[in-house]
Design a protein. Structure first.
Length: 94
């Protein structure tokens, strides 16, 4: 995932790419992000397995197959959303 983000940051020409290339890049970033969530978040691992979604086949057009997260989801199992160890989570209050 970090490599993909670095690739995005290092791609200043992306803005001048064709719409098809930009969409492909966005789909690749989406797949990597969802795969990371599935691997590292108990909530998304369970949800994506229950939905039977193939992460490799996911695109921006099919993203609506994943339901929005609700307040009840967050309240019921907040720690299941962590995709990093709890000690890496920082609460910022402004």
């Amino acid at each position: 995932m970090k490599e993909q983000i670095n690739e995005f940051v290092k791609s200043p020409n992306l803005a001048f790419s064709s719409p098809a290339d930009i969409q492909q890049f966005q789909n690749d970033m989406l797949k990597n992000h969802i795969a990371y969530c599935k691997q590292n978040s108990a909530f998304y691992k369970k949800l994506l397995n229950e939905l039977g979604l193939d992460v490799d086949a996911l695109t921006l057009d099919s993203l609506s197959q994943i339901p929005p997260t609700t307040k009840a989801d967050l309240g019921g199992a907040n720690s299941d959303f962590y995709a990093v160890p709890p000690e890496r989570v920082v609460d910022i209050v402004l």
